[in-house]
Design a protein around this ligand. Sequence first.
Ligand code: 6GP
Length: 814
Amino acid sequence: MTEITAPKSPVTADQFADEIREQLKYTQNVTPEQATAADVYVAASKAVRNHLADAWFKTQADTVNGNTKAVGYFSAEFLMGKQLENALLNAGLTDQFDSAVEALGFQPKDIIDAEYEPGLGNGGLGRLAACFIDSLASLGVPAFGYGIQYKYGIFKQTFDENGKQVETPDYWLNNEEPWGHIDYNRDQKVSFGGEVVEENGKKVWKPAWSVRAVPVDYLVPGYKSQRVNTLRLWTAKSYDEFDLLAFNRSEYMDAVKPQVKAENISKILYPEDSTKVGKELRLEQQYFFVSASLHDAIRVFYPGQDKPDLTTFPNKITFQLNDTHPVIGIPELMRILIDEYDYDWDTAWDITVKTFNYTCHTLLPEALEVWPASLIGELLPRHLEIIEKINEQFEDELKGKGVADETIERMRIYTGDSVRMAYLATYGGSHVNGVAALHSQLLKDMTLKDFSDVYPSKFTNVTNGVTPRRFVKLANPGLSDLITEGLGTDKWLSDLELLEGLAPLAKDDEFVKKFAAVKAANKHAFVGFAKDHYGLDIDENTMFNTMVKRLHEYKRQSLKILAVISKYAAIKNGTVSADDILPRTVFFGAKAAPGYYLAKMTIQLINNVSKVVNNDPDVKGKLAVHMLPNYNIEMAQNLIPATELDEQISQAGKEASGTGNMKFALNGALTVGTLDGANVEIRERVGAENFFLFGMTVDEVEKLYADGYDPAKYYEADPRLKQAIDLVANGTFSNGDRNAYAPLVADWLTKDWFMTLADFSAYADIQAEIEKLYRDPLEWNRKALLNVANSGFFSSDRSIEDYLERIWHTGPLA
Ligand code: 6GP
């Protein structure tokens, strides 16, 4: 851990109020009397940004001249969440802000809430990138986040009257956005298409069209580190505004075509999560941001040099490829070195391999990107040549190592028809890591086994983590205060393993009761939030049971909803006596990719179960189900601290890590989960007795596949399951329409690829254990507190320390 010094105490509350007034006057052009909460939000944000400027300049200068190599985190997604509150915390300005806005006649919370959340990511992968850049800055490691400033982020989700998901565009830039600074003077040209010709024995790419990549810079302030890094998101602009000749002929639509084509590149985030979308525009996006970023890094580290010595490049910066999305960066750096800077192939290759590393975030083979060679050839003809040559070199190297022909065949990067980006990343970089211990092991044993056999030393693990600043301190101020009281210090916010010091307090009933009171207060607060945001009436005297994450079959929201239906049926039938029913409120939050048919149908089912259950007087006060619309970071920050039981119930061997699981444990929820992803490590740390484990293991799943899986057998064997599925099939949740969920029911009974039915009985059985414990509040809360105390490992600061040591071989600035 680096020594963390207190931030320079910047201003008094009065001074900060004056700074906000000044921004209101000179940039918002309103008087304090005219100002709305949205105006004050913008003014306060600009005032905070000003406070960060000097530290930002100093960090930039030290990054270029300093003692240590920088990190470039290449990610197609950064799911940041709202910025103001986090910037205030990290800049040490929270108290001044609170007093200042009160002096201006506002409630701090209204100002914080006035910010519109940018949704520049889909889920776990994008949120992880945001946690990582927070931790890099907090640890004082010089770093750039490089990505795309999409005009439209992840779609906004609503539900229609039938409970179906409706996607609407999220035009987040419709509101004034005070954080990003567009820097027209540091643009880059990114080119596409055309052909490769030979001139004087040299390959020369003659592209057909180009776009202007303009950086938008976001400050990334570290928590108490005095360091401010940069998140540089590229936006695409056209070089030709419009075609005047066409315009003068009144062909307006044609006139703006080139502009539209160029600006389309950064227009929209692809809404797929853990699935591959092979679309031309997506490859354009990927190349657009990595090409601009690589040129930008050369500009930053070799300022004003026409002929820089790029053999030193790997000592200046190391690039982390966040999944396969930025992997086209490998042939792009080769092209830059060879074509633009005249290096020979071997030197270029040596620099490239030393510069890149790759993180894989999935175990689903269908999520590993594979691009048709024809598409790459059309869009990036020079890169296809380079990829072919990389593949030749690779095959020769494998032959030289005595690798069998059929293995080489399996490992080819370029098959003639297509390019396998995960393989390119594994060969073209120094390290490959998975995101939890089990995941990294499965990568070695299965997904990338051939590669791990040939290059074992490339493979390593870095278990994911989450930032405790946003997900404990900001999300859960009550718990944060209690932790600080229990530990006698707030140092845990930058050294999360200090939470261990809470473990002895789990024996102290009075402390456990205080802990329980914090949870109760968070539940109460969430009831208010749900009323304001969704108009819901929620009974806070029920157990809050939550499943929030993307909707995917492997995550098994189906398992949860079938168990809810089965519970509903049991109450209706009188199979359980009134006394035996533990009142529960079940919350779901999940977006489905717009083209993912079964996922969308699952959302519809949950919504309609919710309608039936919540309106049935027989179960009132005992069971309620809510599908909350538009799950995002704000909802996570409100719902996670209020949750008592968290669901992490994916099929073993499918969830790479999960990071929600860490956020819940750190906020004092107990987990019901399978031995999958980071659940394994969470359970190891918090203790098996403080975790509700159920379901098949990876080996059992494999065996069942191998033996031939027949889901119908499980349907016949467990009457609870049969009844639940029958209720879905017989129209109970579709006004009698038996066809409404037929595809879902058919899938369960005949395919059930993720073995929801096989795990149902174990899942239903463990509910009794959960409910028994919940009836003993002191014991429940003791265990929940032990989850908090033993989850310090899951800080993204620790993940970054692991990357520094195992992969990047760098550290903080002096
Ligand atoms: C996700 C994984 O599904 C999740 O398990 C993990 O916690 C997260 O990445 C961060 O590592 N993967 C994606 O979102 C994805 O798009 C290609 O993978």
